[in-house]
Design a protein around this ligand. Structure first.
Ligand code: UDX
Length: 449
């Protein structure tokens, strides 16, 4: 079976490369000539652990091209994995790229193909894709399927090759048989494959993302309560997470969820559901809680500095919206840093992967090539992203080289007792702040007469 993947964004590229790892010949198509040229040279346009290695390993089965008609004509299965960004104005998903791809697919495909929508699309989109292809190619026979993707950035290869489940929406037997064959390698691991209708598959994707986003906003609000009453959110997350009905994952409080999926998909679900007359208030509230949280981060940093950052230097560790990615889309750092600058702070920043992408968006930041370099001479240090290399910082060195002693750990990566021996005013999320002991005043010397 020959696969064509339209769109070499995160989902398209990872899925294409992983299907080649499953043993299929895959042609990845994109309109972006520079990107395709780079991929043809073996360069990977995104930082994703393991992706480059798989591309090299399966180079014989992978083709990259801008020639959509040629790639579609020769394919048995055509995946549409183009972007569905937020539409300006109403917050719904912009489906124009999906529909444009559907039209091009209709023109070029041969009869008998299966068209699979992998892009995140609102309910009803797959039916509209069918209508568009029928209109474009009235005499061709084809099946439409929906196969939403649940992979996480930074763990995308693992998530694709070893998923918790695969969801497939189909409209006929042929679609089901072809998708079963594509995911046969997962039988070894007995991965459940949920076969359902096109509409159910479309809604499942949004419901999954919205539920996870809701868990995060929930624990963030519990963290606020803990800060008010002097509680410890870590103990509470563990206490509730050990209940199998709740589960321990996605209960890490932080600066708010960012990235290319949760903000966009929660907005699209809320807006579409409201338009359809069935508003999902929990999701609307999740969005509001998250937006407010992101906006409040600079105030939190300012408060930790005694109410003003005017003339102060702040080191920010982590710009990417999460570790193991160079993606900065909707990252909390992108709103926090300009707000701190507007409040008079000078920013020194470090990120292991995302600095290049962030430079044009964050002017007047001093970019440093290590966390220690960023901390040098700073009044305060903010851990914004939980990169592994920030988990074992030498706190004694930091304390020695910083001018001030404010440490703000927005990801709770340090146990307060580990920070306590160092002279930091330590602020984390949903836990009591730890204030450094005031230095004992110098003892008066006894002077003998
Ligand atoms: C998410 C979904 O997990 C994935 O299934 C879907 O296909 C795409 O969207 P991704 O955005 O790559 O994946 O990252 P994820 O690990 O889910 O994190 C999303 C955001 O939530 C990040 O900003 C992260 O920092 C935040 N988060 C996550 C928390 O604040 N707390 C948590 O407990 C988990």
């Amino acid at each position: 079976m020959r696969i064509t993947m339209i769109g070499t964004g995160y989902v398209g590229l990872v899925s294409g490369v992983c299907f080649s790892e499953f043993g299929f010949d895959v042609t990845c198509v994109d309109k972006d000539q520079a990107k395709i040229a780079a991929l043809q040279r073996g360069e990977v346009p995104i930082y994703e652990p393991g992706l480059a290695e798989l591309m090299v390993k399966n180079a014989d089965r992978l083709t990259f091209t801008t020639d959509l008609p040629g790639a579609v004509e020769n394919a048995d299965v055509i995946f549409i994995a183009v972007g569905t960004p937020t539409r300006r104005g109403d917050g719904e998903a912009d489906l124009s790229y999906v529909y444009a791809a559907a039209r091009e697919v209709g023109e070029a495909m041969r009869s008998g193909s299966v068209v699979v929508i992998k892009s995140t699309v609102v309910v009803g989109t797959c039916r509209e894709v069918r209508r568009i292809i029928e209109e474009t190619a009235p005499n061709k026979e084809f099946s439409v399927a929906s196969n939403p993707e649940f992979l996480r950035e930074g763990a995308a290869i693992e998530d694709f090759l070893r998923p918790d489940r695969v969801v497939v929406g189909v409209e006929d037997e042929r679609g089901e048989q072809v998708l079963k064959a594509l995911y046969r390698p997962l039988n070894l691991r007995q991965t459940p494959i949920v076969f359902t209708s096109l509409e159910n598959a479309e809604i499942t994707k949004y419901a999954a993302n919205a539920f996870l986003a809701m868990k995060i906003s929930f624990i963030n609000e519990i963290a606020d309560l803990c800060e008010t009453v002097g509680g410890n959110v870590q103990d509470i997350a563990r206490g509730i997470g050990l209940d199998n009905r709740i589960g321990p994952k996605f209960l890490h409080p932080g600066p708010g969820y960012g990235g290319s999926c949760f903000p966009k998909d929660t907005r699209a679900l809320a807006a579409t559901a409201r338009r359809l007359g069935s508003p999902i208030r929990l999701v609307e509230t999740t969005i509001a809680v998250n937006e407010e949280r992101m906006r409040s981060i600079p105030d939190r940093v300012i408060a930790a500095h005694g109410g003003s950052v005017e003339g102060k230097t702040i080191a920010v560790l982590g710009i990417a919206f999460k570790p193991n990615t160079d993606d900065i889309r909707e990252a909390p750092s992108l709103t926090a840093i300009p707000a701190l600058q507007a409040a008079g702070a000078t920013i020194r920043a470090h990120d292991p992967q995302a600095a290049e992408a962030a430079k044009p968006l964050l002017p007047d930041v001093t970019w440093c090539n290590s966390p220690y370099a960023a901390a040098e001479g700073a009044d305060g240090l903010v851990i914004m992203t939980e990169w592994n290399e920030y988990r074992a910082l030498n706190l004694a060195t930091l304390s020695r080289t910083m001018r001030g002693n404010v440490l703000i750990d927005l990801r709770n990566i340090y146990p307060p007792e580990e920070v306590a021996p160092h002279a930091f005013n330590y602020h984390s999320v949903g836990r009591k702040p730890h204030t450094a002991e005031p230095k004992s005043p110098a003892r008066p010397r006894l002077v003998s007469s």
